[in-house]
Design a binder for this molecule. Structure first.
Ligand code: SAM
Length: 334
């Protein structure tokens, strides 16, 4: 039987944070202060593997590795190989799992080919400017831009395709990068996806005015070239567009101005083994504690079913009753 919540949403998509450490300190995510935002730590890969195996048995078909920065974890290639040996059991047969990775790309150039060979299906690289100086100001790490660009190109060569580049737009930092990213999508043959900034940062900088909205992105991009929208399936998180000459694709993920909670199919496991049913959850559920107390796989599955029944109906960003999430993005896994 498929895993579903009390609103009838089927849960098929698992995100696992395999570490909450990160080598970047992006201005919209981390405080930038050494020692701030204490780490929750991570688990041996064998524990994530067991959690995933149980969840795959319950109908999970997609697994995305994230963090923190997932490529900081030694052994990630071997972990992907183990994940690839699990089967989704989708439609009662043995289709391979869809295994994706979200990374800042800093270490991707060396790892793209081994990850592909291990069974990684897709990669999303986060990149918030296509100009080296601006990139360094946002990530607060010098020299990262060239490494990330090399990572994107290596992923492409390795056949990690389709390749997506995620850009979080934040007013005052990078909203002038919209058109350069349109050009980048065309030149590099990648899908650039703009993401609206959400209140999940360590510094609590978010206000409604810091968000560069879907409408604003479309207006700005149209000054460069006309866009044509792909038909939008209601379950898709991103609105997708191509340029009028068919070259280059962009997407916009607009959780703030156009929430898509009604179609959310995700749960997350944090690096310390807690289940989170929403990015904006104000509590989490300790799956790892169940494992430590010796729960069998059936008991873990029962625990997970109970947790999923408590999945929040929607987020309340920008509403008077909004309560900040109990963890910031780097400690959840985006
Ligand atoms: N380190 C990896 C990376 O950079 O892709 C994975 C973790 S990172 C938390 C995952 C994604 O979340 C990145 O694309 C990042 O830009 C995005 N992100 C972080 N904070 C965000 C926020 N407050 N609002 C929207 N997206 C955010």
């Amino acid at each position: 039987m498929f895993l579903s919540d009390k609103f009838g949403r089927r849960i098929a998509d698992l995100r696992i944070s395999i570490t909450d450490r990160c080598n970047y300190k992006c201005v919209y995510c981390r405080t930038g202060n050494e020692g701030a935002g204490a780490f929750y730590g991570d688990l041996p890969f064998a524990d994530y593997l067991r959690m995933t195996r149980v969840l795959v048995g319950m109908g999970i078909t997609k697994v995305r590795l994230t963090g923190g920065e997932p490529l900081l974890r030694k052994g990630v290639v071997e972990f992907v190989r183990e994940l690839a040996s699990l089967r989704s059991g989708k439609n009662g047969n043995s289709e391979p799992l869809d295994i994706a990775l979200t990374t800042n790309g800093h270490l991707l150039a060396e790892l793209a080919q081994p990850l592909k060979e291990a069974g990684l299906t897709r990669v999303t690289v986060s990149m918030d400017a296509v100009d080296p100086d601006r990139f360094a100001r946002i990530t607060r790490v010098p020299g990262g831009y060239d490494r990330v660009l090399a990572g994107i190109r290596a992923a492409r060569r390795a056949g990690l395709w389709p390749l997506k580049v995620n850009c979080v737009l934040m007013r005052g930092f990078n909203e002038d990068q919209i058109i350069p990213f349109g050009m980048f999508a065309r030149e590099e043959g990648v899908t650039v996806r703009f993401i609206e900034f959400m209140p999940l940062e360590e510094d609590r900088l978010w206000t409604p005015t810091t968000v560069v909205t879907l409408e604003e992105i479309l207006t700005r991009m149209a000054e460069y070239r006309s866009l044509v929208e792909f038909p939008h399936a209601r379950s898709e998180t991103a609105r997708r567009y191509h340029f009028d000459d068919g070259i280059g694709e962009i997407g916009i993920i607009a959780p703030v101005s156009h929430p898509f909670c009604g179609h959310c199919s995700r749960i997350r496991i944090t690096s310390d083994g807690k289940i989170r049913t929403c990015l904006f959850s104000v509590w989490d559920h300790d799956l790892y504690a169940e494992m430590r107390r010796g729960a069998s796989d059936d008991e873990l599955a029962e625990f997970i079913r109970g947790v999923v029944m408590k999945k929040e109906e929607r987020h309340h960003i920008g509403e008077p009753d909004f309560v900040p999430a109990s963890r910031t993005m780097v400690h959840i896994g985006g």
